[in-house]
Write a protein that binds this ligand. Structure first.
Ligand code: OKS
Ligand code: ZN
Length: 391
């Protein structure tokens, strides 16, 4: 298993509100540290530390083509609103410069654009005021910005793009094999997560949609390899986070080449999407599939739904699979309420890989939520055990 990690993902550290009380955000660097620790203990994992790029000798293999920072920027501007990205990059420093906060403080939105205001043309435009802009570009207060947030957001995006590269561009695996090899599965340790983010709004701890970027990166790399041909791969996105990935659904809603399938808590955050009747629009009709399930759902009931979701994905016959994986389905998670235990993640992954077609499909396992960091490492290990078990 190839694991992609970047230490800059740890730089994002925010606070959030519980009622009127500010607490350190549950989406914390400790999540990644906990997962990485467990993965490093298993020597079957090849961990690619992207931040060591400047010291190529430290890399576990020679690279064919170094990942360019420009490409990440290009794909970001292709998939997200330009002034939104500028906002993410500059807002914190601008607040500090205006003396609104100290450098180590986190900034939060406060005034949101009322959706009912349809009369003023000005309300469509980003406000000049940097204080107001926080609310213009966010849909909730769980997406604050700290000093290191932009670096972490970029690192997370870079991980998503690198995952797509490893799936599509042959890589020489030094020592292990003299042949050029394409990876079958890449585990992308993205943080911050992405599935709630649309093209111009942060929310639910998400700032940039990493799954969207990975799809665009797959397009980029495939078409770069076969110039003259336009390859549009069929990509299935299976969202197993406890929460509906409204941002991912939105981005591909009219797209028949991307099937979005999500299993998530019924009537839970983000509240306004994730219903069964959301099946896609125009040519994307039939290519969006939501399975909202009630709180307290048992492992047995969950697996039955997953089986149905997998049948749907199998019928689609995808070329690639992206699993938006959140461990907030864990029974102890403070933000989820399913009744899944550590060993259920093994069953879950086994189910995803159980059909002949999907057993060998190139896949990105991409991290979304999951907040019980004491169990995150073991839960990931369990999932990977089930994933590899069938290969
Ligand atoms: C509470 C945050 C509300 C829930 C956010 C859910 C984030 C998540 N302040 N999405 O997958 O895990
Ligand atoms: Zn979640």
């Amino acid at each position: 298993m190839w694991v992609i990690y970047h230490k800059d993902t740890l730089l994002h550290q925010t606070v959030e509100l519980i009622g009127a009380k500010l607490i350190p955000a549950l989406e914390s660097p400790a999540r990644i540290e906990a997962i990485l620790k467990v993965l490093e203990e298993d020597e079957e994992n090849t961990i690619q530390y992207l931040h060591d790029k400047q010291n190529p000798d430290n890399l576990p293999f020679p690279k064919c083509e170094p990942l360019s920072h420009d490409l990440v920027q290009e794909l970001l501007t292709k998939t997200h609103d330009f002034s939104y990205l500028e906002h993410l990059k500059t807002a914190h420093a601008a607040w500090v410069a205006q003396g609104l906060v100290e450098e180590d403080d986190c900034i939060l939105p406060e005034c949101f654009r009322p959706p009912t205001n349809t009369t003023g043309s000005r309300s469509e435009q980003p406000p000049e005021d940097i204080f107001a802009r926080m609310g213009y570009y966010a849909f909730d207060m769980s997406s604050g910005l700290s000093k290191g947030s932009w670096k972490a957001i970029l690192a997370s995006a870079t991980i998503a793009v690198e995952a797509a590269r490893l799936l599509t561009v042959p890589t020489m695996v030094a020592l292990q094999s003299p042949y050029f090899k394409i990876q079958n599965t890449v585990l992308a340790l993205c943080r911050p997560p992405g599935h709630h983010c649309d093209t111009k709004m942060s929310g639910g701890y998400c700032y940039v949609n990493n799954a969207v970027l990975a799809v665009e990166a797959l397009h980029h790399y495939l078409n770069g390899q076969y110039p003259g041909l336009l390859l549009i791969p069929k990509v299935a996105i299976l969202d197993l986070d406890f929460h509906h990935g409204n941002g991912t659904q939105d981005y591909f809603y009219s797209n028949s080449a991307v099937l979005y399938v999500s299993i998530h808590g019924l009537n839970e955050f983000p509240y306004y999407s994730g219903f069964e009747e959301e099946t896609g629009r125009d040519s994307g009709r039939g290519f969006n599939c939501n399975y909202p399930i009630p709180v307290k759902t048992s492992a047995e009931e969950y697996m039955a739904v997953l089986k149905a979701a997998m049948d749907k994905i199998q019928d689609f016959q995808p070329d690639f699979l992206i699993v938006s994986l959140g461990f907030d389905t864990f029974r102890l998670d403070p933000l989820g309420s399913f009744d899944l235990d550590t060993e259920d993640y093994e069953t879950m992954a086994r189910c995803v890989r159980s059909s002949d077609e999907l057993r060998s499909i190139p896949a990105i396992i991409m991290l979304e939520g999951g907040y019980v960091f004491e169990n995150l490492g073991e839960n990931m290990k369990s999932f990977l055990k089930g994933w590899k078990g069938n290969v």
